[in-house]
Design a protein around this ligand. Sequence first.
Ligand code: FEO
Length: 388
Amino acid sequence: MNAIKIKEGIYWVGAIDWDLRNFHGYLTQRGSTYNAYLIIDEKITLIDTVKSYKTEEMFQRIRSIIDPSRIDYIICNHVEMDHSGAIPAVKAQAPNATVFASPNGEKGLKAHFKTDLNIKAVKSGEVINLGKRNLHVVATPMVHWPDNMVCYCPEEKILFSNDSFGQHFASAERFDDEAPLDIAIEEARKYYANIVLPYNSQVVNELEVAATLDIQIIAPSHGIIWRKHIKEIVDLYKSMAGNKTVKKAVIIYDTMWHSTETLAREVVQSAFEQKGFHVVMRNLQCNHISDIMTDLVDAEYICVGSPTLNNNMLPNVAAFLTYLKGLSPKGRKSVAFGSYGWGGQSIGLVEQDLLACGFEVKDVIKVKYIPDNNDIDQLKASLISKIE
Ligand code: FEO
């Protein structure tokens, strides 16, 4: 396995994780890559590493250019172990190498590895001189952890953006003009929805800084490298970070004996269609919660339904709402719905969780046992009157 040249003296030396299907609960159906970058300068520099089980693949690619013992600098843009996992192995090969990380990164590396890594903390605005090239450090806290930073190389016009602009997308191609653009964009959207969404305001700050830079290449830590379609990926990020929604309703439900499904179709779907919304139906029995998050990024309405089981909602719905509360897009409208036999607690519990997400609950729809035509007509008319 060889390094891939990005520009003269700059190489991708990461690893491709074709088999990855679960990234802390996120369904990565296209696998992922962990992108490490090698810069050959007076100070030979490695930007980020790979997951620990991919260390040898990274070393093979580095060895196709230099002996890893010659590495002088290791830049740790992010402590999460998909990027820092191989730092101890690199330090074992190059014991005199200096590790650069943000102040929070220094704390995180010490907490993770509990060994002396010869870390130098760098703050936003500091410049790491490599010889002919420089790396300008920009702190990007919470995109994706408190320690995150990115590096900009003005001589090469490359932004090493770490998790930002990344995609969980394993492919033989390394660049956006080689891989299918629609897949890269879709995976970037999914990545944002499942990783970055809670930190919109921090992304806005990062985009403001990026707008001041002359960028020819965005080199993220996952997926393909952007060199042709920079405007497309930056515009996508602007739209998502700006919390832009469209006239779209996503209806998410599980069902026990099809009554909640009937409400989902005959009441909620039908009402939103009649009001001219683009409607997306997501039965939790056959859709992964991380795919549903992608649907929600630009949805004006989020509608969630569950029947009552043992005084509670169905476990699939509870799992989805737990995930949703953690990521919680801002300023959305919602509807809670469901059928029940006697207690009917699930619908109130769904409503509570939607309120906990910060959503405005426009309607709560509750039917005992099986909705009949009268129920459906009345509930649909009522919901139509409340949809704005
Ligand atoms: Fe790709 Fe937050 O690590």
